[in-house]
Unconditional design. Structure first.
Length: 238
């Protein structure tokens, strides 16, 4: 058992025991979480790309690019920094001809606002043809977004766009859902380092939930009948 710091040893015995128990529990959880975190990295290996990979002839292609939802900026009319970077990356993918349709997926009743409505409006504001945009307002988390993309919208091959900390988990869950997916990293040059660090920590532990959801084949929180929206959008655009 590691020796407690001096300031802890000055505490009453009952409090020292509590502190020790908390430290042991935290260490145990951190170690246990390493296994599912490593699983997402192994499963996503070879299917994760930087935005620079899109400039060469051998970069990934798919009919559909999936953009995962995130926080909406104060005022509820524009995407926050992380989400905007994802949408900008997806728009660049469409403009390059590496995808034809974008599926924006998120929570229409999110704490910060209607994610998919804001995502769709932003894409249109930067010049994306609305005929190329399909919105899934019930992608309540990454797992649900992937399962619904496959089961509701019939997506079997796609690119998925999100930030580096989230990308391996997103690729793994979408591939577990039956989508032949490659991930494309969205940057975030204006994001604060402390926010980035917090997101890495969050994703480290979120991998445990991802593994549990995939193992038990959890149904999405919202079930919907099959939709032809993606197929219809693909039929409308060259």
């Amino acid at each position: 058992m590691p020796r407690l710091p001096r300031w802890v040893r000055w505490m009453p015995r009952w409090l020292r025991r509590s502190v020790r128990a908390v430290l042991v529990a935290a260490l145990t959880l951190t170690v246990l979480a390493a296994v599912p975190f490593a699983w997402t990295r192994v499963q996503a290996a070879g299917h994760v790309h930087s935005s620079a990979d899109l400039t060469g002839p051998g970069g990934p292609r798919a009919d559909v690019v999936i953009v995962l939802g995130a926080q909406v900026a104060p005022g509820r009319t524009r995407p926050y920094t992380y989400l905007q970077a994802r949408l900008d990356t997806a728009a660049a993918i469409l403009a390059s001809g590496r995808a034809r349709v974008v599926l924006v997926t998120g929570d229409r009743a999110g704490r910060s606002g209607d994610e998919t409505a804001v995502m769709s409006a932003y894409l249109e504001s930067i010049g994306v043809d609305p005929n190329r945009i399909v919105a899934d307002p019930y992608g309540l988390d990454t797992y649900d977004s992937c399962v619904r993309a496959r089961n509701v919208y019939g997506v079997t091959r796609a690119l998925v766009v999100t930030q580096d900390h989230h990308l391996a988990r997103a690729v793994t869950l979408c591939r577990q859902a039956g989508i032949d997916v490659d991930g494309v990293q969205a940057g975030c040059p204006d994001c604060r380092w402390i926010t980035t660090a917090k997101n890495w920590v969050r994703d480290y532990f979120a991998a445990t939930k991802a593994a549990w959801d995939a193992w038990r084949d959890r149904p999405p929180a919202v079930s919907s009948p099959p939709s032809t929206e993606v197929a219809d959008a693909l039929a409308r655009v060259p």
